[in-house]
Design a protein around this ligand. Structure first.
Ligand code: PNS
Length: 167
């Protein structure tokens, strides 16, 4: 059985991530979305359990996918999950250098693990969690680049920031 990890911060998950996940699910028997807990919860907008839930609620179409959070090194987690492939989404040339360094470091740490890159549909080439957070939280605009549950979670944070009652 082929198992792949799809690792990332997913703060929050976007439709671009889900597009890559869907491609990975058609290539591997099992795909584990591996959400990095990071070193400091203050570095992310959503805490790890919330990031896991926001992905989990979008796995309906993918019975061979699951989601978990991890801490520590990705290669150790991959070994624990018996995964020999790491899937990363690649959007633009600007992603390449960071991805190349990570892939090489992970190969240095464990030569049995391969990183493969999947391109999302081109309509998501400019979608990033970072930009989504800016658009949704710095003003009053919204995008349709995130799934419905993420949209609600971002709206909830906006209401809280404005001192309004939760719905
Ligand atoms: O979505 P991101 O933030 O680009 O994902 C980066 C992530 C979480 C995949 C990367 O930071 C990671 O693997 N973190 C775990 C720690 C680790 O293994 N670091 C060495 C890899 S080069």
């Amino acid at each position: 059985m082929s198992t792949a990890l799809y690792p990332g911060t997913f703060d929050p998950v976007t439709k671009g991530h889900l597009d890559v996940l869907s491609r990975a699910c058609s290539l591997f028997d099992r795909v584990v979305v591996a959400i990095s807990e990071g070193n400091n919860s203050k570095d992310t907008l959503f805490d790890a359990p919330t990031r896991v839930r926001l992905v989990e609620e979008n796995l309906g179409e993918h019975p061979n996918a699951s989601v978990e959070s991890f801490c520590g090194l990705l290669v150790d987690y991959a070994m624990e999950k018996k995964a020999s492939v790491l899937v990363r989404g690649l959007r633009a040339v600007s992603d390449f250098e960071y991805e190349f360094q990570m892939a090489q470091m992970n190969r240095h740490l464990d030569s049995n693990i391969e990183t493969i890159f999947l391109m999302p549909n081109e309509k998501y080439f400019y979608t990033s969690s970072q930009l989504i957070k800016q658009v949704h939280l710095f003003g009053k605009r919204e995008t349709d680049l995130v799934p419905e549950n993420v949209l609600s979670a971002l709206r909830e944070i906006n209401r809280f920031d404005r001192g309004e009652d939760p719905v």
